[in-house]
Design a protein around this ligand. Structure first.
Ligand code: URP
Ligand code: ZN
Ligand code: ZN
Ligand code: ZN
Length: 469
């Protein structure tokens, strides 16, 4: 047999095993794992390197409308290109239904933005901001059948927050259809109250963003989201968890046998609220929600990753430029309230987890693979097509140099924004070559892929999204 491609001499790791082996690829899929595999159209030498399932980043925002005059710094082209450089082969961006907009129209709009523009594979989660009868009764169930098998609801943000009753109504649809609900858990009224109080006291600088959304705001909403899911008996994913109290809410629910899942992100492992105290408006570069916390919160997030409370590690990439289209928008200068929320991270997520996690001995390589790829595929209905190295799976592979030392800086990144919140952060281990369905997208740090080669994936139901009874 002649393969299209053979990756020779590397160390392969999956979520459960690590072994020396060559990988034979035919027709975009993994066709053989073994030694002396024979002829290949193309050979990739992976001596001294790790051959890992390509990263799946199941929480990214590209090209989402973000308020008057404000534009996201990444569209599907730049976002998926940066993702490929960061060792990712699939991303799950959000398709936002704006209030008053039909959900069907939102899906058409996002396909128009993405189709033909992606370097790696993508699959949309839906954001439900307007759960009308049409959405709940017709559009959402039909879209779930068509492979949009997960959606996010917000407990905060003007124009996005749903009431508890509305959350129960969309959760009921998820239960009927086997979809997975993702929840942004922060208490909207408490944030508005605290924000008003801070502004009245003249506390408008960027770092007051942290004081406007303290840990109790996140803990309370996390508890409430879990309680609502329990009432409906539906699984739920609490996204971007930032601290111990919220993590422990999730852990307690899991110990009670509830299907509650958790996600955390790089900003909660290596940034703190102090980063928002930069000179002038520099602090805006770190404004995201929930905000980065403190060192004990970082320790708690590691504990969540080590013990399985958090099953997925995502970037929550939501990039704005440090200029008047983004972090320095005129209104944002008047108060933290108006600074667009979100930071870039799709390209640096995996190097940070690898270096701080695997190299420093906090997690092993197999847990790294689970947290970066396999669990995302299982959670969101892509497994075993994606997220593992196994015969028959798509040949989505990242080849890593585990010893490469890199200082993260804006100069070396490929994303749309003009800064990285991780400027100067030193890591060991870097993804060098990325293959999507057997095609090389990034070769030893050089882009060779084609815009438009990335496809939209219809997904199966989550492996975890069946009700308890
Ligand atoms: O600040 C953040 N996280 N912005 C992105 C939107 C979201 O809530 O995930
Ligand atoms: Zn060999
Ligand atoms: Zn969110
Ligand atoms: Zn997000």
């Amino acid at each position: 047999m002649t393969f299209d491609t053979v990756i020779r001499g590397g160390t392969v790791a999956t979520a459960s095993d690590t072994f020396a082996c060559d990988v034979g690829i035919s027709d975009g899929r993994i066709a053989a794992l073994g030694h002396d595999l024979g002829d290949a159209g193309q050979t990739i030498d992976a001596t001294g390197r790790l051959v890992l399932p390509g990263g799946i980043d199941s929480h990214v925002h590209f090209s989402q409308p973000s308020g008057p005059g404000i534009v996201m710094a990444d569209d599907f082209e730049s976002g998926t290109r940066a993702a490929a450089f960061g060792g990712n082969t699939t991303v799950l961006p959000f398709c936002l239904q704006e209030r008053g907009q039909s959900l069907r129209q939102a899906v058409r709009d996002y396909h128009a933005k993405a189709d033909g523009n992606c370097y790696i594979d993508v699959s949309f989660h839906l954001i439900i901001s307007d759960p009308t009868e049409q959405v709940l009764g017709q559009d959402l169930p039909a879209l779930i059948k068509d492979g949009y098998t997960s959606f996010k609801v917000f407990m905060t943000y003007e124009d996005l927050a749903l009431s508890d009753r509305q959350i129960l109504e969309v959760m009921a649809v998820a239960r009927e259809t086997g979809a997975l609900v993702m929840v942004h858990a922060e208490n909207f009224d408490a944030i508005r109250f605290l924000t008003d109080r801070l502004e009245q006291a003249g506390h408008t600088a960027p770092h007051f963003h942290g004081a406007s959304r303290p840990i109790a705001v996140e803990r309370e909403a996390t508890h409430r989201a879990i309680a609502l899911a329990e009432l409906i008996d539906v699984p739920v994913m609490i996204v971007h968890v930032s601290n111990r109290q919220a993590m422990e809410e999730i852990r307690r629910a899991q110990q009670r046998g509830l299907k509650v899942f958790g996600e955390t992100c790089p900003q909660y492992l290596v940034l703190t609220e102090k980063d928002m105290e930069g000179l002038n408006m520099e602090g805006t570069k770190y404004v995201c929600s929930p905000p980065p916390r403190d060192v004990p919160s970082q320790v708690a997030c590691w504990e969540g990753l080590q013990q399985g409370t958090f099953s997925v590690f995502s970037s929550d990439h939501c990039a704005f430029r440090y200029d008047t289209t983004g972090k320095l928008a005129p209104k944002g200068r008047t108060s933290f309230r108006w600074v667009p929320n979100g930071i870039p991270g799709v390209e640096t997520r995996l190097p940070i987890l690898f270096s701080e996690g695997v190299v420093k001995g906090r997690i092993d390589l197999n847990r790294f693979v689970a947290l970066s790829a396999t669990n995302h595929a299982k959670t969101y209905g892509l497994y075993p097509r994606k997220g593992t190295i196994a015969i028959g799976s798509d040949a989505d592979i990242a080849i890593w140099d585990p010893a490469r030392e890199v200082t993260i800086s804006q100069d070396i990144l490929h994303h749309g924004p003009d800064y990285t919140p991780y400027e100067g952060f030193r890591v060991t281990g870097w993804p060098m070559t990325t293959l999507v369905r057997g095609e090389v997208v990034v070769a030893n740090g050089t882009l060779v892929g084609r815009k438009g080669a990335g496809q939209h994936l219809a997904r199966d139901a989550s492996l975890f999204a069946s009700a308890r009874d």
